[in-house]
Design a protein around this ligand. Structure first.
Ligand code: NAI
Ligand code: MG
Length: 499
C-alpha cells in the first residue's frame, strides 16, 4: 500500500511483469509499455509489451495445464476459487487504490465497489462447481443416454480498462470453475490492478492454469484471438474490435462471447419528476465513472410535460458531484482514461455545441485551466435535442455526455429507444408498474431495469442484444453456456451377457 501511495505522490515508477506458466516474466522482446495516471498525466508504471511470441508461450502453458486442471474434481476447483475470494477480500483496499491510480476512477464511488464486486465474483463461481451437471435422456429402458458438461480447453480472454478487475474476474472465475485454462490479456491502459488480482489468484492455482499478458491490441490481443490452440474467445470492449475477434473465431470455428458497446435508453414517464428518479438517472448514466461504462444510460427520453423541471433538478445534482483526484475520499468523479478518449469526448461535445438544433443544458467542454486541467477531467454535460438521429444520440461516447430527448406518445419513446444498433441496457422510470413492465418487454435490450439504475450483480443474466454482443457470462447459465460444451454419451444396455 505504501508503495502505491509513493507512486501517487512522487515520480517513482512501478515495474510489473506478466504471468506465464506460473512465472512472472518480461516480454521476449524486452520492450515495455508506460502506464499513466490519467488524473495527473504522469507515468506510474511500466509493464511488458507482449507480442505474438509471448502469446505463444502463454497459450502453450495453458494448453499443457489443461488436462490435469480439467480432470480436477470440480468441487476442488471451486474450493480454490473460494480461497481466492477470501484472499482478495483481505486486500481490497490495495487493489482499489491501484485501480483508482491507473484508470482515474474515484476510489470511494467506483474503485472500492468494483474491488468488492471482483471478490464477489470469485465467491459466486466458487460455489457453483457442483452445478456443472449433465442430464439423462429417456430413450427407453434399453439405453442409457446422458450428457456431460465438459470444458472447452484454453480460453483466450481480452478485457478493457473501464472496469478491469471486475471484468477480469468475470473471465477468470467462470472459465476456471468449468475446468478451462485461461490466457487473459489485460488492457494496456489499466493492467496494474489486474496483475495484482492475478498475483493473488496465482498463490492458489497450479502453474499454467491462469496466464496474463500485457500488451497492445494489435500486437498482443490479435495474436491471442488468432492462436490455433485457443478453443474459446471471450472479449469485452468496443464493437469494432469485437467484430475482429468474431472473425478470428469464425476462421477456426471456435465459440465466442462478446460484451460490446451500448447507447442505452432511459425512459422517464410524466409521473417521475422526482428527486429519487434524478438520482437514478445520475446513477444509470454512471456519471461517477465519467460514464465510461457500456451500460451508461446515455439517451434520456424525458416526457415533454416534465422536461424542463426534470433537467433543472438533474443540473443541480450533476453539478454537485465533486470532480478531482480519484484517490481523495471526497471525490465523486475522477478522470477520463487517456488522451485519446479525452479528445474523443471533447470532439462530441464540440459537435453538440456547434449543432443548431441542440441546446446545451449544462456542462460543456472541460476547463482548460485550473486544477482539473492537470488531468483528463471532463464535466457532466447534457444536451437537449428533439432528434434521436444525430451523432451524439447514436454513437457510444464513453464520456459524461447525456442527450435528453422529449416525448409525448409512449410508442414514440419506445420506437426511438429501439432505434439503435446497440441493445445492452435500458432503464424505465414510472410509478405505474404495469406500464413500466410493458415498456421493459418492448425494449430491445439484454438488461432492462425498472426504477433503478444499478450495476450488475453476479447471478443475473447479463449481455447484449443486437451489436452489443452475444453470449452471457455473469451467471450459472452464463458459465454453462459460455465455458462448457456438452457431450452426449449413449450406452446400449442390451449387449449380450458374456460367459
Ligand atoms: P478496445 O476495444 O480497442 O480495447 C479493448 C481491449 O481490446 C483492450 O485490451 C485492447 O488492447 C484490445 N484490442 C484492441 N484491438 C484489438 C485487436 N485488433 N485484437 C484483439 N484485441 C484488441 O477499446 P478502446 O480503444 O480502449 O476504447 C475505444 C472505445 O471502445 C471506447 O470509446 C468505447 O466506446 C468502447 N469501449 C467499450 C467498452 C465496453 O465495456 N463496452 C470497454 C472499452 C471501450
Ligand atoms: Mg483501441
Amino acid at each position: 500500500m505504501a508503495v502505491i501511495d509513493e507512486v501517487a505522490k512522487t515520480s517513482a515508477i512501478l515495474h510489473r511483469r506478466m504471468l506465464i506458466n506460473g512465472a512472472w516474466v518480461d516480454s521476449v522482446s524486452g520492450q515495455t509499455i508506460i502506464v499513466e495516471n490519467p488524473a495527473k498525466r504522469k507515468p506510474i508504471a511500466e509493464v511488458p509489451r507482449g507480442n505474438a511470441e509471448d502469446v505463444d508461450r502463454a497459450v502453450e502453458a495453458a494448453s499443457r495445464a489443461f488436462p490435469v486442471w480439467s480432470r480436477t474434481v470440480p468441487r476442488d476447483r471451486g474450493r480454490l476459487l473460494s480461497k481466492i475470494a477470501e484472499a482478495l477480500e483481505g486486500r481490497l483496499e490495495e487493489i482499489a487504490r491501484l485501480l483508482a491510480l491507473e484508470n482515474g476512477n474515484a476510489l470511494r464511488t467506483q474503485a472500492r465497489p468494483e474491488a468488492r464486486n471482483m471478490a464477489d465474483v470469485f465467491r459466486y463461481f466458487g460455489g457453483l462447481a457442483s452445478e456443472l451437471k449433465g442430464e439423462t435422456i429417456p430413450f427407453g429402458e434399453h439405453v442409457l443416454s446422458y450428457t456431460r458438461r465438459e470444458p472447452l480447453g484454453v480460453v483466450g480472454a481480452i478485457i478493457p480498462w473501464n472496469a478491469p478487475i471486475l471484468l477480469g474476474a468475470l473471465k477468470i472465475a467462470p472459465a476456471l470453475c468449468a475446468g478451462n485454462t485461461l490466457v487473459l490479456k489485460a488492457a494496456e491502459d489499466a493492467p496494474l490492478a489486474v496483475l495484482l488480482m492475478v498475483e493473488i489468484c496465482q498463490e492458489h492455482l497450479p502453474k499454467g492454469v491462469l496466464n496474463v499478458l500485457t500488451g497492445f491490441g494489435l500486437e498482443c490481443g490479435a495474436p491471442l484471438a488468432n492462436h490455433p490452440l485457443v478453443r474459446k474467445l471471450s472479449f469485452t470492449g468496443s464493437t469494432e474490435v469485437g467484430k475482429s475477434v468474431m472473425r478470428a473465431a469464425s476462421e477456426r470455428i471456435v465459440p465466442v462471447s462478446l460484451e460490446l458497446g451500448g447507447k442505452s435508453p432511459s425512459i422517464v414517464y410524466p409521473d417521475c419528476d422526482e428527486d429519487w428518479v434524478v438520482d437514478g438517472i445520475v446513477g444509470a448514466m454512471r456519471f461517477t465513472r465519467q460514464s465510461q461504462s457500456c451500460t451508461a444510460g446515455s439517451r434520456m427520453f424525458l416526457h415533454a410535460d416534465i422536461f424542463d423541471s426534470f433537467l433543472a433538478k438533474l443540473k443541480s445534482k450533476a453539478q454537485a458531484l465533486k470532480i478531482g483526484d480519484p484517490l481523495l475520499e471526497e471525490t465523486d468523479m475522477g478522470s477520463i482514461i487517456n488522451k485519446k478518449q479525452f479528445s474523443k469526448v471533447c470532439g462530441y461535445i464540440d459537435d453538440g455545441l456547434k449543432r443548431k438544433e441542440a441546446t446545451l443544458v449544462f456542462g460543456g467542454l472541460p476547463p482548460a485551466e485550473g486544477p482539473l486541467a492537470e488531468g483528463y477531467f471532463a464535466v457532466p454535460t447534457v444536451f437537449a435535442d428533439s432528434s434521436n438521429d444525430w451523432r451524439l444520440a447514436r454513437e457510444e461516447i464513453f464520456g459524461p455526455v447525456l442527450v435528453a430527448i422529449p416525448w409525448r406518445d409512449e410508442n414514440d419513446a419506445i420506437r426511438m429507444a429501439n432505434d439503435s444498433h446497440y441493445g445492452l441496457a435500458a432503464y424505465v422510470w414510472t410509478h405505474e408498474i404495469g406500464r413500466g413492465l410493458r415498456a421493459a418487454h418492448a425494449i430491445q435490450s439484454g438488461w432492462v431495469q425498472v426504477n433503478q439504475g444499478l450495476g450488475q450483480v453476479p447471478g443475473h443474466s447479463y449481455g447484449g442484444y443486437k451489436q452489443s454482443g452475444i453470449g452471457r457470462e455473469f451467471s450459472l447459465e452464463g458459465m454453462l453456456d459460455s465455458f462448457t460444451q456438452r457431450k452426449n454419451v449413449t450406452v446400449n444396455l442390451e449387449t449380450p451377457v458374456r460367459g
